[in-house]
Ligand binder design. Structure first.
Ligand SMILES: *Cc1c(COP(=O)(O)O)cnc(C)c1O
Ligand SMILES: [Zn+2]
Length: 423
């Protein structure tokens, strides 16, 4: 076995990482990576790759990006916290932020591509509301790995690259919303020569984001008492929990950070289920009109209808285990928070990050956080305006827009033209 193995959280089966995203015994539980290196050993490598020992790949991509952590002054003063740290994932060169795709999806994509290219030549297929696809577009050539991304038509303008058009990246638009994109990605990943990326189920996603917590812990010299993040799937939150567990098992003192996770109303299935004390999302109750909710919400990057909330190792358990809670944030609260953070910290942030900031305000208002406690606030995306000052981003055109009348054969033809399956 390599540097790690995979563990099924239902039956404790340990297995070699062969790029699987599910337990072969059919369990619904998430898999988790178990690294042979129990203590955090920081390698002399650039960016997030310094945490290579706890990534599911053995060689780094030629990139330097990572999430940066700094102690807030402006926002801390505004909200009255003495130990507010910000984790920023995006482009902000003045502070060392070099994630050119402007969100923490780039941490996920880096680790997933590293894991994939060491194990297969097949083409990765994924669905995205924008940020994930943009991250893969940026990295596919650097990883020499091919990627097909299916993105809802309204979000296609989010798929840009700072410089050169990638040759390893195939963009497909789809009529409809995120759900239609997920369905199409599933069908396409059944074609020969392709493999489903797996989203939250892919350990690479979680371990990639986990580097964010590792970097923050190094910077702070400890784990935070509280962690704030906006969630659609919950990958980031699970990643922070898992990375914290690894640090604790490796001997770092302290306890698990309390997870404070937020969703943007009216699209907030996990918030509603959690508030009712349910371990299961009931769509009729928690998300009765998903299409409308997706249209009405501000941070629509968070519009995941079926997040891994209930399975073993999922969001419900993570909230329980960490003593965490969920927040519902209105568009207005998010927009006000966005203005506040821009003025106080001097950077533009992703709408999802604004939702997280708004949840911090709710938490302080509700007495969930004490003034002296150590708080880690995840500004999970940002620097879009800053990127445009240094680059002239190029928006990618879809090779095709999939509609009701499109057949899978047509997509197969496009893939063939692209040399998939490889002959
Ligand atoms: C995807 C995304 C989120 C939500 O992250 P999950 O952990 O997958 O729920 C938050 N912020 C930004 C900027 C994102 O792109
Ligand atoms: Zn199992």
């Amino acid at each position: 076995m390599g540097s790690h193995s995979l563990l099924c959280l239902e039956c404790d089966l340990r297995m070699e990482d062969r790029l699987q995203n599910r337990c072969p015994r059919g369990h619904d539980a998430l898999l988790r990576s178990e690294y042979h290196e129990r203590n955090l050993r920081v390698r002399d490598l650039p960016g997030m790759w310094k945490f290579m020992e706890w990534l599911p790949c053995s060689s780094p991509l030629p990139t330097e990006g990572e999430a940066l952590t700094y102690r807030s002054e402006g926002l801390a003063r505004e909200v009255g916290l003495r130990n507010l740290y910000i984790s920023f994932s995006g482009y902000w060169p003045e502070r060392g932020g070099k994630l050119l795709s402007c969100s923490f999806k780039e941490l996920e994509a880096s680790s997933v591509l590293g894991r994939t290219r060491e194990r297969t030549d097949k083409v990765l297929v994924l669905a995205s509301a924008g940020n994930t696809a943009r991250a893969f577009a940026l990295l596919s050539d650097k990883a020499s790995a091919r990627v097909v991304a299916v993105v809802p038509r309204p979000y296609l303008s989010r798929i840009w690259v700072p410089e050169e058009k990638p040759s390893n990246f195939l963009l497909l638009g789809v009529e409809g919303g995120y759900q239609e994109a997920i369905q199409w990605a599933e069908r396409i990943s059944g074609l020969e020569g392709t493999v489903a990326e797996g989203g939250a189920r892919n350990v690479g996603r979680r371990d990639g984001i986990g580097t964010l917590l590792l970097g923050a812990a190094l910077q702070m010299g400890r784990l935070p008492h509280h962690y704030f993040q906006a969630v659609g799937s919950g990958v980031g939150a699970l990643a922070v929990l898992e990375a914290s567990l690894r640090l604790l098992a490796g001997g770092l003192g302290g306890r698990l950070p309390r997870l404070h996770l937020s969703q943007n109303l009216p699209f907030a299935p996990m918030f509603h289920a959690w508030r009712e004390g349910r371990k299961r999302i009931v769509p009729e109750l928690d998300l009765p009109s998903p299409e409308r909710a997706e249209r009405e919400m501000y941070a629509n990057i968070l519009s995941n209808r079926s997040p891994p909330y209930s399975p073993r190792g999922g969001v419900y358990e993570a909230l329980q285990e960490s003593g965490g809670r969920m927040y519902g944030v209105s568009n207005r609260e998010a927009l006000e928070a966005e203005k506040l953070v821009r003025e106080a910290e001097g950077i533009d942030v992703d709408p999802a990050a604004s939702v997280a900031v708004a949840s911090l305000l709710q938490a302080i208002e509700g007495g969930e956080v004490r003034e002296e406690e150590v708080v880690l606030l995840n500004l999970s995306g940002g620097g879009y305006e800053r990127v445009r000052e240094d680059f002239s981003p190029l928006t990618l055109e879809p090779s095709m827009v999939l509609g009701r009348d499109t057949s899978l054969e047509e997509v197969e033809e496009i893939l063939k033209g692209w040399g998939v399956p490889a002959r």
